[in-house]
Design a protein around this ligand. Structure first.
Ligand code: 13P
Ligand code: ZN
Length: 267
């Protein structure tokens, strides 16, 4: 079967990157069954030939109107598809969608009519915001990192910035590479528009947003950087838990040490 990737080797390279990250998510144990999803904005690769490709599906509603998405194209993991399968065969376990001119519906255009992830409302709302910001961010990730999700089961950690300060204090890199920290959305129904709205609202304030008792969302210029953000925070969570497993409460870096970093790195 002919693939959209046959038209554009540069797009194929981008999809390879998605597949690589999908493999990491599986290896880390963050992607049980179909857990987690990835979307990337691929509009920059759309030429006349791709723009002329016919719809393979009816027009599906996004659930809200997202004005910056008019005519944009995204590669999306398919709903109910496994990350470990996306890693090996991305075009069989994901698809390319085109947002229609009403900014409220999309159609699938390639390679096959694989229905996009059930968290599309959150992903597209994040892409809408990223375009509005104009920083060139193109990737959105939702995943189920074990230790971070475990920590959202403790009421005290759901209070504003309590978890951020704890995670920052575990290792200097977290303070340096996640300077805005982790925002927390109180539990909401997976795949709901309410979850999408709450996620977008917090993403302007934080690097990564956690969904209570479910997972996290991150964005970035590309999918590798979105993954790195979650990886850094989850590493801190693992250090905390390892210390507790050894029988002690970790001391954590002092406020002074963290402030020193803030100045040195201009955070
Ligand atoms: P999808 O298989 O629809 O992408 O859903 C996975 C998930 O993690 C839902 O929150
Ligand atoms: Zn999920």
């Amino acid at each position: 079967m002919k693939s959209i990737l046959d038209f554009r080797p540069d797009l194929a390279t981008k999809i390879d990157e998605v597949a690589e990250v999908a493999g990491y998510l599986w290896q880390k144990g963050w992607a049980e069954r179909n857990g987690g999803n990835i979307t990337i904005n691929i509009t920059e690769f759309v030429d006349r030939e791709i723009a002329a490709m016919p719809a393979l599906s009816p027009a599906y509603p996004i659930g809200s109107v997202l004005p910056n998405l008019k005519g944009q194209y995204f590669f999306c993991k398919g709903t109910n598809r496994r990350m470990r399968d996306l890693a090996r065969r991305p075009m069989e376990n994901g698809s390319v969608i085109r947002i229609l001119d009403d900014c409220a519906h999309y159609v699938i255009i390639a390679d096959a009519p694989v229905k996009p992830t059930s968290e599309l409302a959150s992903h597209l709302a994040l892409h809408n915001r990223m375009i509005g910001e104009g920083k060139g961010y193109k990737a959105a990730l939702h995943t189920h990192p074990i230790e971070l999700v475990a920590m959202t089961h403790k009421r005290e950690y759901l209070e504003k910035d309590v978890l951020t300060r704890l995670l920052w204090s575990m290792i200097p890199e977290t303070r340096a590479f996640c300077p805005k920290g982790l925002g927390i959305v109180p539990y909401k129904m997976p795949s709901s528009v309410e979850l999408a709205d709450a996620t977008v609202a917090l993403m302007s304030e934080y690097d990564v947003v956690a969904w209570e008792k479910h997972g996290v969302c991150a964005v970035g210029p590309d999918i590798m950087e979105a993954f790195d953000q979650v990886d850094v925070l989850n590493k801190s969570a693992q250090i905390y838990i390892s210390s507790r497993n050894m029988g002690f409460e970790p001391e954590g870096m002092s406020e002074e040490q963290m402030n020193e970093l803030k100045e040195a790195f201009n955070l």
